[in-house]
Write a protein that binds this ligand. Sequence first.
Ligand SMILES: [Zn+2]
Length: 179
Amino acid sequence: MTHPWIGADENTLPLKELSPPVLPEPPLSGVDGIDCDACGRPVDEWTVFEDDTWRVRALRRDMSFPGSAMLESVRHAKGVADLTPEEAAGFGVMCQRVTRALLARPAGAPGFGDGRVGRVHMHFWGDGGEHFHVWFFPRPLGYLDLRGSYLVEWEELLPPASEEGLLAAAADLRARLNG
Ligand SMILES: [Zn+2]
């Protein structure tokens, strides 16, 4: 497995030109809660936390780093700008809770490498679904190539973890968030 940016030869690497702007932009998915996946989501084995305002789900699809999770509002908030002041304050608390739960994993816990987490990355992109959601990625302890924005590049390239491993990390995260 080689890194996407190492060994890239400017003479052989296909170059992509910046496309011209598309206006108006195509709509996000789930606009106004219509056909919104997050609004209609059932509680299942991937749900690791839920209260009246927030839901945390462990990510299941082709994830390389077990314990990767998504925080989303229970109601259909249209991104961070649409949160009430109370929700925005609670968002900060939830970010800290999820981060602390992942950082608490000891050696031997389910996860990539020996299970321990060096840092927890949070991403709010907001270019896919309209329903407010934030990604959390546990950066495996000691894997310095995975620092910073390279982690999500590697996440696309490394083999996905087994469903068993992802479920074990989900159970671990659920126990830490609700403990
Ligand atoms: Zn929604």
